[in-house]
Design a protein around this ligand. Structure first.
Ligand SMILES: Cc1ncc(COP(=O)(O)O)c(C=O)c1O
Length: 395
């Protein structure tokens, strides 16, 4: 390898569209509905917990697998949420890391051998393909079809082969807002059991569901706990995406491999924020936080839906997470990337084109993703700009 050139494994991993749109948003002082993070304050009881632990000098390295008190709180939380599913062993089956991002990387590095295939539903969160590439694995994309983002059972069955090692699931799903139904998860589970494939289940939006949709962790289905790595994060649930506390729940042998990677990727992550989460989980279960979170997000979703509809951008229905997708074709666009570039530079509103969530962007429907994890004032500030911006350059 020449000095300055990339390793073969990371060739093709470039600057993401998120970086480009964010830079354009800053430059054009845009209303940023692009990146998926809340722009409103985190709850007081969450911030107070962290402040308390910093004051109490919980400032040194935490245990590599995670603060034991936090792992116990996570296991208790799992039992509270899923009393009928197998219990989780706090000592042997939980690893705490630097957000879901790190645990996705750890899980994939821990399980995928060079040449192994990994089935990924598309559109796919942008970390999955680079993570598989870094493990020298091969992504087998499987399309979800709009508007309800179902998958074709026969196509999924045909994607399994002798080299299939893992399937990456994301529910509630970014960017579509799809919440996989129990029936769909049963189809996936049956195939994974039959082909002895593990599931890496990204559930960072587990608490953000709407209109009676139920989040079902695939690990709670019969026969699945022993082959599932469930990945969660406190970032979305408690509006603290910068705190970067995530965790992986997996059976002991898989957990041992995840911990082996984790100890040499970050070794451990922030002690006071881990301690804070240990306090926050039981408090949130007792104080009605999750019900309020869902009600607040349903209201924000309705507000952004109205703003988009008024601009001629009717959003697709969603079951969870905090994004809305709109077809750019009714406004005369054939290219979602051009639409989003034009929207941020011409109208001052940032959104993310969803073709970047596909291995072959040419196969993607032309949709723009708008995030509603924003203050009402932010969402409302986008309204006149969207109306103005409908005469866009680059059409
Ligand atoms: C589907 C999905 N997985 C993982 C992450 C990253 O989570 P974390 O901030 O905990 O690293 C995100 C953040 O946007 C996401 O949308």
């Amino acid at each position: 390898m020449k000095r300055g050139s990339a390793s073969d494994r990371i060739a093709g991993i470039g600057t993401s569209i998120f970086t480009e749109i964010t830079a354009l948003a800053v430059h054009h002082e845009a209303v940023n509905l692009g990146q998926g993070f809340p722009d409103f304050p985190a709850p007081d009881f969450v911030k107070q917990a962290a402040a308390r632990h910093i004051r109490d000098d919980r400032n040194q390295y935490a245990a590599s697998a995670g603060v034991p008190r936090l792992r116990r709180a996570l296991a208790d939380d799992w039992r509270r949420e899923h009393p009928d599913a197998p219990a989780v062993d706090a000592d042997a089956e939980i690893t705490v890391g630097s957000g879901a991002t790190e645990l996705l990387h750890d899980a994939i590095m821990a399980t995928v051998n060079p040449g192994d295939e990994v089935i990924v539903f598309e559109p796919a969160y942008d970390a999955y393909t680079p993570d598989v590439a870094m493990a020298a694995g091969v992504v087998r994309p499987l399309p979800l079809a709009p508007p309800d983002w179902r998958f074709d059972r026969d196509r999924l069955a045909a994607a399994f082969g002798p080299r299939t090692r893992a399937l990456i699931l994301n529910t509630p799903h970014n960017p579509t807002g799809k919440v996989f139904t129990r029936a769909e998860l049963e189809v996936i589970a049956e195939l994974c059991i039959r082909h002895d494939v593990i599931v890496i289940s990204d559930e960072v939006y587990s608490e953000i569901v709407f209109d009676g949709a139920a989040h079902v962790p695939i690990a709670t289905l019969p026969g699945m706990a022993e082959r599932t790595i469930t990945i969660r994060s406190m970032g979305k649930t408690f509006s603290v995406t910068g705190w970067k506390v995530g965790w992986a729940i997996a059976p002991a042998p898989l957990t041992a491999t995840i911990r082996a990677v984790h100890q040499f990727v970050t070794f451990t992550n922030s002690s006071p924020f881990q301690e804070a989460l240990a306090d926050v989980l039981p408090a949130a279960a007792a104080n009605g936080y999750y019900t309020q979170l869902r009600a607040d997000y349903a209201r924000r979703r309705d507000l952004l839906s109205q703003v988009l509809r008024d601009a001629g951008l009717a959003p697709l229905p969603i079951g969870g997470a905090y994004f809305l997708l709109t077809d750019v074709a009714p406004l005369g666009f054939t290219d979602d990337v051009a639409f989003c570039r034009g929207l941020v530079t011409g109208a001052g509103v940032a959104a993310i084109p969803t073709s970047v969530f596909y291995q072959d962007p040419g196969s993607a429907p032309r949709l723009a993703r708008f995030c509603f994890a924003k203050r009402d004032a932010t969402i409302l500030a986008a309204a006149p700009r969207l109306a103005r911006g409908l005469v866009l350059p680059g059409r």
